[in-house]
Design a protein. Structure first.
Length: 341
């Protein structure tokens, strides 16, 4: 059984006695900075010159500085810029300005696990990774709840890295739900595998194939959209509440029987072999290398794949239909016209 931590296991005063720099003010950055501030922590947001995020952070009354200035003043530096820019940002603005005994925190183990960032031995290196999007992390905190976090320590220079990480986790509201103890390696490899094989890659491809199969057979795209995409949320909500069993309990016997006989036909044993190959590429660093090389070149492959995804026939159908939905007042207004803000 994994080791779990709750509010009683952490001492909030540890992080309250530190100056914390939050580098980046995007999805995770805004949530961490605001939750820490509201938990009585001294926060400064570090942003690059001319950053589009500056106005948003200042609007919330947060102190904003350049990354270099924020890091210079900080006892704890949480790096919440996108994974692919962290290596360059660390080398240029963080490492040269880091206090000798400053702690480095991450919300994903990517750069440490694959060696793109190699902190000096004097620094505590820890992870506090919310298992949810930043906007949910903020919303849950404001509602008096929290999103579960994963906590890990890669380097315990001070001997107090765990206490610090748990204190930080408590301050962002994570321990109101639970903290789960892990390692950088486990978090990074399972996170990448999960998003590639199941959550993002697997599910998106499954929906697209389902939509293509129905529309190519002559069914109306609007009806196909409802059957293979819209209803997915209702099914996933049931799984989230009570596992696959609750989903099967709730759907009709017809749907449940179809699940048993056709699920393994669609997702057959070969798919598991493919998943193992995906996991092997994650573990070997081959995926990380491909992603970072492409990003370093300006992301040509990434941009091409994104454009191709946006052109899939299901997208315009969904866009038109969602305008008609009474329930489509999406809680995160940041996503507009295919761009995540
Ligand atoms: P975002 O893409 O939302 O980060 C955007 C922020 O980073 C903006 O403030 C942006 O500033 C800044 N930024 C972008 N490029 C640079 C740069 N070159 N130099 C300095 N600042 C830059 O990141 P996420 O919040 O999605 O991810 C942050 C970390 O959290 C990652 O490690 C990720 O894996 C992890 N994570 C993310 C989750 C999520 O829900 N998104 C969930 C759990 C973990 P500007 O306005 O200047 O562009
Ligand atoms: Mg991830
Ligand atoms: Mg149905």
């Amino acid at each position: 059984m994994a080791e779990l931590f709750y509010d009683d296991d952490a001492d909030l005063s540890i992080i309250q006695s530190k100056k914390v720099a939050i580098v980046g003010y995007g999805s995770q950055g805004h949530a961490h900075a605001l939750n820490l501030r509201d938990s009585g922590v001294d926060v400064v947001v570090g942003l690059r010159e001319g950053s589009a995020s500056r106005a948003k952070a200042e609007e919330q009354g947060l102190a904003v500085a350049t990354v270099a200035e924020a890091v210079k003043a900080a006892d704890v530096v949480m790096i919440l810029a996108p994974d692919q820019v962290q290596r360059g940002l660390y080398a240029a603005d963080i490492e040269p300005n880091l206090k000798d005994d400053a702690a480095l925190l991450f919300a994903h183990g990517f750069n440490i696990r694959f060696g793109y960032i190699k902190p000096g031995t004097g620094h505590d290196v820890a992870m506090v990774a919310p298992k949810g999007p930043g906007h949910t992390v903020r919303r849950e905190y404001e509602a008096g709840r929290g999103v579960p976090v994963i906590v890990a320590v890669e380097q315990d220079a001070s001997g107090q890295a765990w206490d610090l990480a748990l204190s930080y986790a408590k301050a962002i509201g994570g321990l109101r739900a639970a903290g789960i103890k892990t390692t950088f390696t486990e978090e990074t490899e399972t996170d990448l595998f999960g998003e590639q094989a199941v959550l993002c890659g697997g599910v998106s491809q499954l929906i697209q194939y389902g939509f293509e199969t129905l529309t190519e057979a002559g069914y109306q795209p609007e009806v196909a959209y409802f059957e293979v995409l819209h209803e997915l949320k209702l099914i996933v909500d049931l799984m989230w509440e009570g596992g696959i069993s609750k989903q099967r309990w709730s759907v009709s016997d017809t749907a449940e029987y179809g699940d048993y006989v056709s699920g393994p036909r669609v997702i057959d044993a070969h798919v598991k072999e493919n998943m193992k190959a995906v996991l092997a590429d994650v573990q070997s660093g081959a995926f990380a290398d491909r992603f970072i090389k492409d990003q370093d070149a300006g992301g040509p492959e990434f941009k091409e794949l994104r454009a191709k995804g946006e052109q899939h026939a299901i997208e315009p159908v969904g866009r038109e239909l969602r305008k008609l939905f009474a329930w489509s007042s999406a809680p995160d207004a940041d996503y507009v016209d295919g761009q995540v803000g």
